[in-house]
Design a protein around this ligand. Structure first.
Ligand code: ZN
Length: 326
């Protein structure tokens, strides 16, 4: 990547080099050489140098899912206890911009816990569910629990599904792509998605022009989006932006920075990072489990939009391809 010009808007890239925050993955060497640059004009941020795709894939398959906080027990996979507010909000927003019909396809790019499929079964009428997923165990678990057909890349879409996807979701996934992979993905998707369908994506809102000191851990993210960078990336790569806004927690209330500073110090002091991660995961699980005995609370940050919030949600439709032969 040429650092002279922003790959998204061709604006000027910062002279300033931002330190890449890597607390949780210090035991891997993958992120050690990374630093961050950003565009003064659109706010797009990216880590450099580019890592080899095979090293990134090896990280996800051999390390990422082994850490308790990100571990998903696909062998004992069960439906979530409570509604997944984020995917409820995402699907409700997507439905504002398309007409869902029985047997339409909902495709999730990197479904993680599969919570969006649980939501899709509740919100969408008789959906055909699809996943882009290659993780061992996940494919079988989604199939068994939610009747999902998985493919490992978009190239295989037409072999597996009869209809073009009506709603495609990519929730907290694009920021894990390299810039080239993200561009290729958007262009490929724009050729596959139903012309009347929508692509809904959500990413962390990290604009280095304003959030430099408000952000949490960077790893394993390679791309950082401002509102205008996300819009420009989509509109330059096969999509028309229908909706784009901030969502989630207000940045000022985000305790991420304090939390990560404390955590980082503790990690350094104790050197028992795995134990700390296990405790953190245990506390999260306890809170979730206790949550089922309480009432369902619909007042949730995932339903709030506007202002300086910590995520961006975008809805886009494929650009009409104009036939020049007319
Ligand atoms: Zn730019």
């Amino acid at each position: 990547m040429n650092y002279g010009k922003c790959p998204v808007c061709l604006g000027k890239i910062s002279e300033e080099i931002i330190e890449y925050h890597d607390y949780e993955w210090q035991h891997t060497l993958l992120f050690d050489a990374l630093e961050i640059r950003y565009c003064y004009e659109c706010g797009f941020g990216f880590s450099t140098p580019d890592l080899a795709l095979k090293d990134i894939e090896r990280f996800y398959s051999s390390q990422y899912r082994q850490v308790p906080a990100y571990f998903i027990d696909y062998k004992n996979f069960s439906k979530p206890f409570h509604p997944d507010y984020r995917s409820v909000a995402q699907l409700m927003l997507a439905l504002q911009f398309c007409t869902w019909e029985i047997n339409d396809v909902f495709l999730d790019v990197g479904p993680g816990t599969g919570a969006s499929f649980n939501t899709a079964h509740k919100i969408l009428k008789e959906p055909n569910l699809g996943a882009i997923e290659y993780a061992e165990g996940a494919v079988e678990a989604y199939q068994k629990q939610y009747h999902v057909s998985s493919i490992d890349s978009l190239d295989k879409y037409r072999e597996t599904f009869k209809r073009q996807p009506k709603i495609v979701l990519s929730s907290h996934s694009l920021e894990h792509f390299t810039y080239t992979s993200a561009v290729n993905f958007l262009n490929d998707l724009s050729k596959i998605i139903d012309p009347s369908g929508v692509f809904i994506a959500e990413v962390p809102h990290v604009d280095f022009r304003i959030h430099k000191n408000m952000r949490n851990e960077d790893s394993p993210h390679f791309l950082f989006f401002s509102k205008s960078a996300l819009s420009k990336l989509f509109s330059e790569n096969g999509f028309e932006v229908l909706y784009l806004n901030t969502c989630g927690r207000i940045h000022e209330k985000n305790y991420g920075q304090v939390y990560s500073d404390v955590e980082q110090t503790v990690l350094k002091l104790t050197r028992f990072s795995k134990i700390m991660q296990f405790i953190k995961y245990g506390v999260k699980r306890m809170v979730n489990i206790l949550g089922i005995s309480g009432k369902v609370i619909l007042r949730n940050d995932n339903f709030y939009y506007g202002g300086d919030r910590d995520c961006l949600r975008i809805v886009a439709r494929r650009l009409e391809v104009r036939d020049n032969t007319d």
